[in-house]
Design a protein around this ligand. Sequence first.
Ligand code: FES
Ligand code: FES
Length: 163
Amino acid sequence: MTAIMPISFLLNGRPVRLDVAPGRRALDVLREDLGLIATREGCGSGECGACTVLVDGETRLSCLMLAVQLDGRKVTTAEGLGSPASPHPLQTAFAEHGAVQCGYCSPGMTLAAAALLARNPSPCRAEVREALAGNLCRCTGYVKIVDAVMAAAETMRDEDDRP
Ligand code: FES
Ligand code: FES
């Protein structure tokens, strides 16, 4: 019989507690148990970045994490960045710049960009490309994605400057 382990963590700002089998991946628990399907499974082997989440503000590949590793952590998925009714500036910029094509990579891209902008609010294009290097998009040449991140960075700086 497989032991079940209780875990609790802060998910998109809300406390979550659930029981998981020790071998289950964080990606599956987020999608299947918690219904947060913006976190995608692409390769399932750490190559594509589609499953990116933020754990304590750092990008992590949820296909390579066990759910038990989320215990006690602060976890953010794309749903926690913003919603259709109240999108994050990155999500708005991705839509406005045509950076969302099939959209499969977009949640991971926006989370990787959010982590970058949290530590560097004024990145150059090369720094954006470097931050997104682990997130593969098969649809574009990345120009629109970099454009979107640069635009969102500007929007967020403007918002921060507001009295
Ligand atoms: S699904 Fe995790 S890196 Fe591709
Ligand atoms: S928009 Fe299709 S893989 Fe990125």
